[in-house]
Design a protein. Structure first.
Length: 136
């Protein structure tokens, strides 16, 4: 894991500070809770009527989703890893879209070079027309 995204940094801090499990962090994220506000939710010592933070998150999750915990629990580290894999895949796909035709041209030259010239002329005319050029 190279770096922690800023949007997940507060979740790492909340998990460590309030000793939450991966499931509790995922439930709170799915509920849309703000990890910076956990301090006001987790003061059951000063306000005895409040449930402990872990129980509060589980109760809210059950009330909203009808189950006690998520079907597939993924840690924050797994989310970051999956995001890195997704970003690399998207980068490679864009690279293949933009650079692969040029690379293939060196391996298999176009048997009809005039077709490329016609295509370049058509594209040049289209960009000229978009730029405000007048029609003939």
């Amino acid at each position: 894991m190279k770096r922690i995204p800023s949007k997940l940094q507060s979740w790492f801090e909340a998990r460590r500070r309030f000793e939450l499990s991966h499931a509790h962090v995922q439930m709170a994220r799915e509920l849309g809770m703000n990890p910076k506000k956990f301090g006001s939710l987790a003061n059951e010592n000063q306000e005895p009527w409040k449930a402990p933070l872990r129980e509060f998150i589980a109760q809210c999750y059950f009330k909203s989703f009808g189950r006690s915990e998520p079907e597939h629990v993924r840690s924050l580290e797994q989310l970051i890893e999956a995001d890195e894999v997704r970003r690399k895949r998207k980068f490679m796909e864009s690279l293949m879209r933009t650079r692969a035709p040029a690379l293939l041209e060196h391996v298999w030259p176009n048997p009809t070079p005039h077709a490329d010239a016609r295509e370049a002329s058509r594209l040049a005319h289209a960009s000229w027309a978009r730029a405000g050029g007048r029609e003939r």
